[in-house]
Design a protein around this ligand. Structure first.
Ligand code: MRU
Length: 428
């Protein structure tokens, strides 16, 4: 895994290699998988940072966001720069660690604990559906309270408390790493040599602290030379499948084929899928599962075609307090995700004239151009190149849109839930 990178004010452009062509990679290489999020602290200044690969720009650009405030991490969560239930739990912990070192103005533990609760509530509400985000924020607050209570009457210093909070935040990723590996092992036992599986969204290294959940099974089975092929659903509207999962699988050297979400029925009908593996954002007490929009369709299709349908998640995604899927708060996202498409890339000027033209446009910093029908194009100079981010409409203006980010798969459509504790096949 790509653990470290030098501290940089400017996000780097293209510092992540483009995916390899499938045919050029023969063996699965899990060491090549990216790390989604990590913590850095400058040894001299003590300034803390959460580093996040900006997943909104993958796989075209590999910018690393350097977040020094709670608000910066909150924005990264809201914009999906960091996403996936376990990674959101990790982000919650690291955001609170960064806030503790860089922003908290309290001078004694009791004041810190009060301010920490407010900061935790803020980060926990950045997105509503993935339980890991709220759970890890709350757990960190409970940990801090217990630390102070245990230290009394010796009374710990605020510095000690902050260091303990950091240690706790870092342990979220460590625990998730162990859980992903256990999920991978448990899930791989369900597959025979030559297995062909189908998946949706991104549930791999980019969504967790390690090899992933559903993709953890894929990687483990690949390393065991059991897995023949992965069908990757595009995952409209934000395309976590075609942008992120396809890139991860290519990076690791796992053979895959991309399909649009609407093609899943067709490949199942042809007998090309032996099992479906998906992740989860919240598993309810009755076994209903909230996961990326489109998961429910896959479960119904799998049942029709008599294909086993497995949900893979760490136990931290199980929410005993939410009784059924009907109680889950499903995030509604910006209609523009469906009304058009975003594009990101890097323009390399081909001659001095082009360089001058782009320099003029970007000399004051970010250049935001508004096109007709509300379409947008932003240009920014990055070294000798110019990065662009654009949104282009593909629908008539004023179109009415319904854009839920997740759906609920009822327990009876799920063959088994795979956690770090093994496979629970209470479903059909
Ligand atoms: O909107 P996202 O990209 O955060 O949605 C992610 C998913 O739905 C994943 O399937 C789920 O979080 C599991 S990630 C291991």
């Amino acid at each position: 895994m790509n653990d470290e990178s030098a501290i940089s004010e400017e996000p780097a452009v293209g510092n992540i290699a483009a995916p390899q062509a499938e045919s050029s990679v023969s063996k699965v290489n899990l060491d090549a998988l990216p790390k989604a999020i990590w913590f850095e602290r400058d040894a001299t200044s003590g300034v803390a940072e959460v580093r996040i690969i900006d997943q909104t720009r993958l796989p075209m650009q590999g910018d690393v966001l350097c977040c020094r405030t709670l608000e910066a991490v909150e924005t990264a969560i809201k914009t999906l720069a960091v996403r996936g239930a376990p990674a959101l739990g990790i982000a919650a912990g690291l955001a609170l660690a960064v806030w503790s070192f860089n922003e908290c103005t309290e001078t004694e533990p009791q004041g810190y604990l009060v301010a920490l609760e407010t900061a935790a509530e803020r980060i926990a509400s950045a997105r509503p559906t993935a339980v890991n985000l709220q759970r890890e924020a709350q757990r960190l607050v409970v940990f801090a309270h217990e630390f102070v209570a245990k230290a009394a009457p010796k009374t710990s210093s605020l510095d000690e408390l902050k260091e303990a909070v950091l240690k706790h935040a870092l342990s979220i990723a460590k625990t998730d790493e162990a859980h992903c590996k256990a999920i991978g092992k448990a899930g791989a036992t369900l597959l025979k040599k030559g297995a062909k599986v189908l998946t949706i969204c991104n549930t791999g290294a980019l969504a967790t602290g390690s090899i992933g959940t559903a993709l953890g099974v894929v990687y483990t089975a690949s390393a065991q030379e059991k897995l023949e092929h992965v069908w990757v659903c595009e995952t409209r509207p934000v395309n976590q499948g075609s942008r992120l999962t396809a890139w991860e699988l290519a990076t690791a050297g796992v053979p895959y084929t991309l399909i649009s979400d609407s093609m899943a029925a067709s490949v199942m009908a042809k007998g090309w899928v032996d099992a479906v593996f998906v992740g989860a954002d919240r598993i309810c007490a009755n076994g209903d599962v909230a996961n990326k929009i489109g998961t429910l369709s896959l479960a119904i299709l799998a049942k029709h075609h008599n294909i086993p349908f497995y949900v893979c998640a760490p136990s931290s995604t199980i929410d005993a307090e939410t009784k059924t899927g009907a109680e889950v708060d499903i995030e509604q996202r910006d209609p523009r995700e469906l009304a058009g498409f975003t594009a990101t890339g890097v323009i390399l000027p081909q001659n001095a004239q082009q360089t001058t033209a782009f320099d003029i446009l970007t000399e004051a910093g970010l250049c935001e151009l508004t096109l007709r029908n509300g379409q947008q194009l932003a240009l920014e100079r990055k070294g000798g190149a110019y990065a662009f981010d654009a949104w282009f409409a593909t629908t008539p203006s004023g179109v009415q849109i319904y854009n839920p980010c997740f759906d609920i798969t009822p327990a009876e459509l799920i063959t088994g839930i795979i956690t770090e504790d093994g496979v629970d096949g209470a479903g059909r």
